[in-house]
Write a protein that binds this ligand. Structure first.
Ligand code: NAD
Length: 415
């Protein structure tokens, strides 16, 4: 049976509700997304035939501010997945203490099978479908799997057209190219934020000065993280993409690997490395394992075989609740996704602020504004873990749930 992502989210939420003894009335609100939009988008393909694409926008909670969350293009997209991701977005914005709520979008498609023209038609059609329900003060989509500045530019352009050429609306779409209202530092924001968390982890758990890293995923998050780690003299000994991984016990030259990948479109046959499967990669002995690809990769089937000392989740939902329990008994420290990957949405928030004020910040300003936000989120997780004597996933959940519930209470009841 495939793992149902929203079932996982519910289990995580309910465990946190129990530990924090949350009033059941508020628990109900957090378990139910405010709005679920589902579309069937007809697209004329290059071969002349019309294909119908299933697509979603799910707005989970906006107690702390407008909904915010990425749009992913992936074959496994369904309501459960988008619901789970929308819920985690509310928690992520809350733990980062940025004034936003949570939402997520998705289109069920294997993006690698689309031509550039088909992809553009699909993204524009999706934007027209969600246009009446989004805006900088309502809901702001951003990037996620298989999107990039180009896809976000199509979305922003389509939204501007929908609003009769009014450029202010581009603030509702983040991850745009710099030439079209994007922010410096957005491309590597999730990884940069993850790096600030890694620094805290190394400091807090007194790891040796040269911990080694294994990363699953060589897309936006995995590739930039590998690059940042390499630039900071850390050793990445294993890395993978959807087709499998490579391993080098002395550490990979990441800049050379990026050049190899750009040329060959594969990680395979990179000098002085051994090939291995994604399953083997996750089980490599290492100090820090970073899932940065897809969800549900650490499950009850392989959790017992994980040999990393610490797992830092940069992908959303890479570990199932059953696996969490196994890892805890093995005393493997797990730093949860909603905390570790909050850098992406934080710089998306910076992009919105810059768009709305029509004034842009330097990369230095972006980094120096991101770091304290990640540190504050880390500190609040550690404090909560100490207060409730719970693991870091539960601590991050409790801390963010508390903020959302406080916002709901302040607004008063109108139910
Ligand atoms: P991406 O599409 O740029 O890259 C995904 C990577 O995962 C690719 O290297 C791909 O080959 C690999 N992959 C795909 N299927 C795989 C499989 N079955 N097994 C192993 N590897 C596989 O996506 P991304 O933006 O890097 O996102 C990666 C993860 O990080 C996702 O869970 C996403 O939700 C999360 N995330 C992304 C951002 C962001 O700003 N992009 C922010 C927060 C969280």
């Amino acid at each position: 049976m495939p793992v149902d992502l929203f079932e996982n989210t519910l289990q995580q939420l309910r465990s946190a509700f129990q530990i924090m003894k949350l009033d059941d009335n508020y628990a109900k609100i957090l378990e139910s997304p405010a709005r679920i939009l589902k579309f069937h988008l007809p697209i004329r393909m290059d071969n002349g035939k019309i294909n119908i694409f299933e697509a979603y926008r799910i707005q989970h909670n906006n107690a702390c501010g407008p909904y915010k969350g990425g749009v992913r293009l992936a074959p496994q997209v369904d309501e459960s997945e988008v619901r789970a991701l929308a819920t985690w977005m509310s928690l992520k914005c809350s733990i980062a203490q940025i004034p936003l709520g949570g939402a997520k979008g998705g289109i069920k498609v294997d993006a690698s099978k689309l031509s550039q023209g088909e992809k553009e038609k699909l993204l524009r059609s999706y934007t027209r479908a969600i246009a009446p329900f989004i805006g900088p003060d309502i809901d702001a989509p951003g990037p996620d799997m298989n999107t990039n500045p180009q896809t976000m530019a199509w979305m922003a352009d389509e939204l501007i057209k929908f609003h009769h050429g009014d450029h202010r609306w581009k603030a509702a779409i983040t991850g745009k190219p710099l030439e079209f209202g994007g922010s410096l530092g957005r491309l590597d924001a999730t990884s940069r934020g993850g790096m600030y968390i890694i620094e805290e982890v190394i400091r807090t758990f007194s790891l040796n000065k040269e911990p080694n890293f294994v990363i699953q995923g060589f897309g936006n998050v995995g590739m930039y993280l590998a690059k940042i780690l390499f630039e900071n003299d850390h050793k990445v000994i294993g890395i993978s993409d959807v087709h499998g991984g490579i391993y080098c016990k002395n550490g990979l030259d990441i800049n050379a690997l990026i050049r190899h990948y750009e040329k060959e479109k594969t990680l395979k046959n990179f000098k002085n490395t051994e090939s291995l499967s994604n399953e083997q990669l996750l089980e490599l002995p290492c100090d820090i394992l970073i899932p940065a690809a897809i969800e549900n990769v650490i499950t009850k089937k392989n959790a017992d075989k994980i040999k990393a000392k610490i797992i830092i989740e940069l992908a959303n939902g890479p570990t199932t609740p059953e696996a969490d329990k196994i890892l805890e008994t093995k005393k493997i420290i797990l730093i949860p996704d909603i905390l570790s990957n909050a850098g992406g949405v934080t710089v998306s928030y910076f992009e919105m602020v810059q768009n709305l004020s029509n004034f842009f910040w330097s990369e230095f300003e972006i980094k120096s504004k991101l770091k304290p936000i990640m540190k504050k989120a880390w500190n609040s997780t550690i404090l909560t873990a100490n207060k409730y004597k719970c693991n870091y996933r539960m601590a991050a959940f409790i801390s963010s749930i508390q903020r959302i519930v406080d916002a709901i209470k302040f607004k008063g009841e109108n139910y």
